[in-house]
Design a protein around this ligand. Structure first.
Ligand code: 2AM
Length: 173
């Protein structure tokens, strides 16, 4: 079994902005390493090899049929989420293509009997974990263009959590 999730990776320019933003956060928490910054579309939880294969086959087919839409989303608000104790940069899913991609990922997770989100979708990138308080400054605005969907394997090691990309699919403009 593998702990998997589907997500979008920020490009180099966005990573630079996000790490600058992280540097200005109070050090009361654990910063997410640069290589781990991502925007989750579906946390799938523990997946068997069969579930992973079925998921990848379906996404291969949908990508081939150009049914995975590219999208834009603006993340411009810093928030502190009390329950997971994270600080994230969040936005609102206004682009219908992003909403349909989120619905599609959640639908696939449901069909395969995997974890699905119990919350409405708030696009966000987690910047800090085990955070204590929300910093009081205005966040920069960052507009992400989703051009590829990645399947990540989340692996815990002594060095911390590592995310490995197992497969990627192009999103069609
Ligand atoms: P996050 O995007 O809010 O940080 C990989 O672990 C990703 O899946 C993380 O980015 C995390 O959310 C999300 N995730 C981890 N555990 C989760 C859970 N139990 N429910 C929902 N999402 C989870």
């Amino acid at each position: 079994m593998k702990r998997l999730f589907l997500a979008i990776a920020p490009n180099a320019a966005h990573l630079a902005q996000l790490t600058r933003l992280q540097a200005s956060l109070d050090k009361q928490g654990r910063l997410v390493p640069r290589d781990n910054l991502h925007m989750t579309l579906a946390f799938l939880g523990q997946c068997s090899d069969d579930q992973q294969e079925a998921l990848c086959d379906t996404l291969d087919r949908l990508a081939h049929q150009r049914r995975l839409p590219a999208f834009e989303v603006t993340l411009n608000t810093l928030d502190y989420w009390l329950k997971p104790k994270i600080i994230c940069l969040k936005g609102v899913a206004r682009d219908p293509r992003l909403i349909s991609l989120f619905d599609l990922c959640q639908g696939l997770a449901q069909q395969l009997g995997l974890h699905t989100s119990e919350h409405s979708f708030t696009p966000h990138i987690t910047l800090m974990r085990k955070a204590k308080v929300l910093p009081e400054f205005k966040a920069p605005s960052l507009t992400l263009c989703g051009h590829a969907l990645h399947l990540y394997h989340s692996q815990s090691s002594e060095q911390g959590v590592q995310y490995k990309v197992l497969a990627s699919w192009p999103l069609t403009a």
